[in-house]
Write a protein that binds this ligand. Structure first.
Ligand code: FBP
Length: 552
């Protein structure tokens, strides 16, 4: 494989650690707080997590730690969608283990959680690790979306741990994967295994966030990459002055990505799914919002603009949410029968007997391509794969129709040409920003300290992220503390609560206070590419979301 000049230069980058993790290893001690409670449904969770519920939050401080230098064997899993910085989590974990004891061993499970179930492991050594430091992607060991849920899968995971004589497993993933980490930790303890399980907060979507997890890793790099691309398109729109660009952005459920990109680039229109749901906006109201900006700008001779659409929007529009919910249940309970119906027309006919009257009518009103996309396979967690639904095209087509109507009524005299884009995979494997490179390395190093200190059922956490890295506060948070019970596939399950955009939060309020101006006047900002070398105000800035959320 050939390496680019940037990749070679990034190999030499030394990620920064918080001061508490930069001291000699035997000086990194743990300070534990009081026992904790889950955010809700405490009694149910206490009975599910008999051995791991209610542990204290821990912080790394200066002090003596005699256990930290014993030899350890750990395994690591990359779970779910790629996020920039995953390789550095592994690097931090690997370096911590080897610094603790040169006989320590790290295995990487290949292809996500399935690698643990099927015991597909590769031993990570210096040569392998050094090829991936400070690089994007998850290709060092690959990732996957398998969920460890059946008794057989739990038993097989324990079998692997025993065969490899592992002291610990580190699961790098989002809310679902860290829920799985909590369940695995509990299972191991219940079966008398000493193997510990530690999680790390990953997802570009930014929705694994709470008082202790200020940001999930990968969000910083992904939003900066998308913002560069959006800025480039804004510049093109401002130059050619002939297109409206409809840009769908990743963010399966929460709209944190769209919100940050809007704050960075000031587009003409941006939707925040959480607001659409709260205001119960129908699909036609969403279209009307875009058309209002098109008409206003056309009145000033500006027949161009940029619309940001979070991919999760489709599931937050009430009539669509109802339809998707019904489809999920119908398809899950009639999978075989549905699988035998080959043509789309027949599928529609079959569904018309199963859907409610309202959902059936709405389903039939959608363009056939979109209706087909709504019937595609669900992911292993039962979610619609929103990245495969072309919401941007749906909205563009509906705007075209609406504007034709307005023109007939003499309410619009502009010229509407449109282009569609989807920015998702473009941002998930970018070279991690300095922020993500440092944050991820620190999370991995912290995971090592948690393992060496004998903890299980914890997630590695770093706080104070708006400050320079040496002032970051590192430690661990018990996973059960972030959980509640939610309805999943017909029964109540313990899950880590997803953080949606808060409509009374500072980032949303900053956006809402400016969007009317953006809708009428060209207010574009061109952030340019992520910079890795140069002054800190260019290279080492956290996201606007993080800064606003932690503004005193
Ligand atoms: P995670 O929640 O696993 O981090 O994945 C997030 C994401 O990037 C979403 O934004 C997107 O909808 C989804 O992954 C796409 O998944 P896939 O890679 O399976 O197409």
């Amino acid at each position: 494989m050939e390496f680019s000049a940037l990749q070679k230069a990034r190999y030499a980058y030394k990620p920064k650690l918080p001061a508490s993790l930069s001291q000699p290893l035997d000086r990194i001690a743990l300070e534990a707080g009081a026992p904790t409670e889950a955010i809700a449904d405490q009694d149910e969770l206490r009975s599910i997590f008999k051995h791991s519920y209610g542990k204290p939050v821990v912080k790394f401080v200066s002090g003596r730690n005699e256990r930290i230098t014993r030899p350890l064997k750990a395994g690591v899993i990359l779970s779910g969608g790629q996020a920039p910085g995953g390789h550095n989590v592994i690097a931090g974990l690997y370096d911590g283990l080897r610094k603790g004891n040169k006989d320590s061993v790290l295995y990487g499970f290949q292809g996500g959680p399935a690698g643990l179930i099927e015991n597909r492991a590769v031993r990570i050594d210096d040569e392998l690790m050094d090829r991936y430091r400070n690089t994007g992607g998850f290709d060092i060991i690959g990732s996957g979306r398998t969920k460890i849920e059946t008794p057989e899968q739990f038993a097989a995971s324990l079998e692997t741990v025993k065969k490899l004589a592992l002291d610990a497993v580190v699961i790098i993933g989002g809310d679902d994967s860290n829920t799985n980490a909590a369940l695995l930790a509990e299972y191991f303890l219940d079966r008398g295994s000493q193997a510990q399980v530690i999680g790390c907060p990953k997802t570009i979507d930014g929705d694994l966030k709470n008082e202790y997890i200020e940001a999930s890793f990968g969000f910083d790099t992904a939003v900066k990459t998308y913002s560069e691309l959006i800025g480039n398109i804004e510049r093109d729109a401002n130059s050619a002055k002939k297109y409206w660009h409809f840009i769908k952005l990743m963010g399966r459920s929460a709209s944190h990505i769209a919100l940050e990109c809007a704050l960075q680039t000031q587009p003409s229109v941006c939707f925040i799914s959480e607001e659409v749901e709260a205001k119960k906006m129908s699909l036609s109201q969403v279209v009307e919002t875009i058309c209002a900006s098109v008409v206003k700008r056309a009145g000033k001779g500006l027949n161009f603009g940029v619309v940001l659409v979070p991919e999760g929007l489709i599931e937050f529009i009430p009539e669509m949410k109802g339809l998707i919910g019904e489809l999920n249940n119908i398809l899950a309970s009639n999978a075989e029968e549905f699988g035998e119906i080959k043509s789309f027309i027949e599928q529609m006919y079959w569904l018309s007997f199963k859907l409610s009257k309202e959902s059936d009518a709405f389903f039939k009103s959608l363009p056939p391509e979109i209706a087909k996309q709504l019937l595609m396979d669900r992911d292993p967690h039962g979610n619609v794969q929103v990245s495969r639904i072309e919401t941007e095209k749906l909205l563009m087509g509906m705007c075209e129709q609406q504007l034709r109507e307005l023109a007939k009524q003499g309410k619009y005299q502009g010229k509407f040409g449109a282009q569609c884009h989807f920015f998702g995979y473009e941002g998930r494997c970018a070279f991690p920003s300095n922020f993500d490179a440092d944050y991820c390395y620190s999370l991995g190093f912290g995971a090592f300290v948690l393992i060496a200190s004998g903890l299980s059922g914890y997630i590695s956490n770093i706080k104070n992220l708006v400050a320079p890295a040496d002032e970051w506060i590192a430690g661990g948070v018990p996973l059960t503390m972030m959980m509640n019970m939610e309805q999943r596939h017909g029964s109540k399950k313990p899950v880590i609560k997803k953080a949606l955009v808060e409509l009374d939060g500072k980032p949303f309020r900053a956006f809402a206070s400016q969007r009317e101006t953006w809708a009428a006047e060209t207010s574009f900002v061109f952030p340019g590419a992520i910079q890795y070398y140069g002054p800190p105000e260019v290279c080492d800035q956290p996201t606007i979301t993080l800064k606003l959320e932690h503004q005193p």
